[in-house]
Ligand binder design. Structure first.
Ligand code: ATP
Ligand code: MG
Length: 232
């Protein structure tokens, strides 16, 4: 929570703009965004389609670079880091859950959860036991050997949540993680995300079109036309 002076700042954006060039036209997706996120912040981002929500998440997640402005993650100015250091930061400190879960079709649920740990070069047995713990946490131990195609949409999303948490990242970025699911499954996954982030003290930024869900989150950001117009 921002009110505690000792709370650690995990993300800092200063004057961040993002332009895209599209067929000789310039699209401005973000217009000078300033934003501070602290350890354990849990924030819902809402706003109309095209407001810049996904662009903001992509920039914080180091998946894209700003046109101008500064982004610091864990105190590191991203523009000063080599591609290799950025990849390492992304792998170790940032977890993603998207609407399309991007699970690897040819690997089992358990192997998908293990993937970030194997990429980080951690010892396989350690990674496996951690993945098994998370599989329990998302209540799918009986689906360990299923491939994504052999899981329901909600189950796939729970595996994606477990994968995003494997490295116990500082930040979890969730972009409409339940956009494709029915209301009940969606509520279960939201509660899961919320309780796991709270448990592991992970800062969560969650983009949602679901007003009821946004109201359940401790903090909210509203975006419009590339700007943050409200934070509370
Ligand atoms: N790669 C791109 N090239 C050109 N324009 C883009 C690109 N990505 C996004 N945009 C434009 O930038 C603006 C912001 O897009 P963004 O995806 O961040 O919106 P959003 O708030 O996530 O919307 P939604 O709720 O529909 O997902 C939009 O006008 C979009 O058309
Ligand atoms: Mg979007």
């Amino acid at each position: 929570m921002t009110s505690f002076i000792e709370s650690k700042k995990v993300v800092e954006l200063q004057g961040v703009t993002k332009h895209f060039r599209f067929a000789n036209e310039e699209v401005t997706a973000l217009r000078g965004v300033d934003l501070d996120l602290y350890e354990e912040d849990m924030i819902a981002i809402t706003g109309k389609s095209g407001a810049g929500k996904s662009t903001l998440l992509h920039l914080i997640g180091t998946l894209d670079k700003p046109s101008s402005g500064t982004i610091r993650v864990n105190g590191y100015d991203l523009s000063k880091l080599s591609d290799q250091k950025i990849s390492r930061l992304r792998n170790r400190s940032i977890g993603f859950v998207f609407q399309m879960n991007n699970l690897l079709a040819e690997f089992s649920a358990l192997e998908n959860i293990m993937m970030p740990g194997l990429i980080a070069g951690l010892e396989k047995q350690t990674v496996k036991s951690r993945a098994e713990q998370l599989l329990e946490a998302v209540e799918l131990p009986h689906r360990a050997n299923h491939r994504p195609g052999e899981l329901s949409g909600g189950e796939q999303q729970r595996i994606a949540v477990a994968r995003a948490l494997l490295m116990t990242p500082a930040i979890l970025l969730a972009d409409e993680p339940t956009g494709n699911l029915d209301n009940r499954t969606s509520a279960t996954i939201q509660e899961l995300l919320f309780s796991l982030c709270q448990h592991y003290k992970i800062t969560m930024l969650l983009v949602t079109h679901d007003e009821a869900l946004a109201r359940k989150m401790p903090q909210r950001i509203v975006m419009e036309d590339g700007c943050i117009i409200d934070r509370g």
